[in-house]
Write a protein that binds this ligand. Structure first.
Ligand SMILES: [Zn+2]
Length: 121
């Protein structure tokens, strides 16, 4: 079974089920496909898949941030989360290499990202 979005000459839009595209073509050729609203036989298939967005399907990270950007408060926030002083959530931000090292030594799970080689002593 296949569902087509149909449209008549008057612009009425409606859905109809057919066994296949061939079935539709056959019935349509005999004038057996008619508008459910006005009964017109001059119907045509509307554009399929109306749910597909024209714009990019990439998830918009700005709408729903995966990571809470805490900026330069990273070390402080990471420590608070580790010790349960603030609700647990994934965070990101900037930390000095010694801060990151201190966190790791305390057992705070941090994942260094984008550290430039020159920052490493
Ligand atoms: Zn119609």
């Amino acid at each position: 079974m296949i569902k087509f979005n149909l449209k008549c000459e008057q612009g009425h839009g409606f859905d109809s089920w057919f066994g296949s595209n061939e079935d539709y073509e056959k019935l349509h050729g005999r004038g057996l496909v008619s508008c459910v609203i006005c009964g017109s036989c001059k119907v045509s298939k509307a554009v399929m898949a109306p749910r597909v967005k024209a714009e990019s399907t990439a998830p918009d990270l700005r709408e729903k941030p995966l990571l809470d950007d805490v900026g330069s408060n990273f070390a402080e926030e990471a420590r608070k989360i580790h010790y349960g002083e603030t609700p647990e959530r994934p965070i990101m931000g900037q930390a000095k290499i010694e801060e990151a090292r201190a966190l790791l030594e305390e057992g705070v799970p941090v994942l260094p990202m984008g550290i430039k080689p020159k920052q490493v002593n």
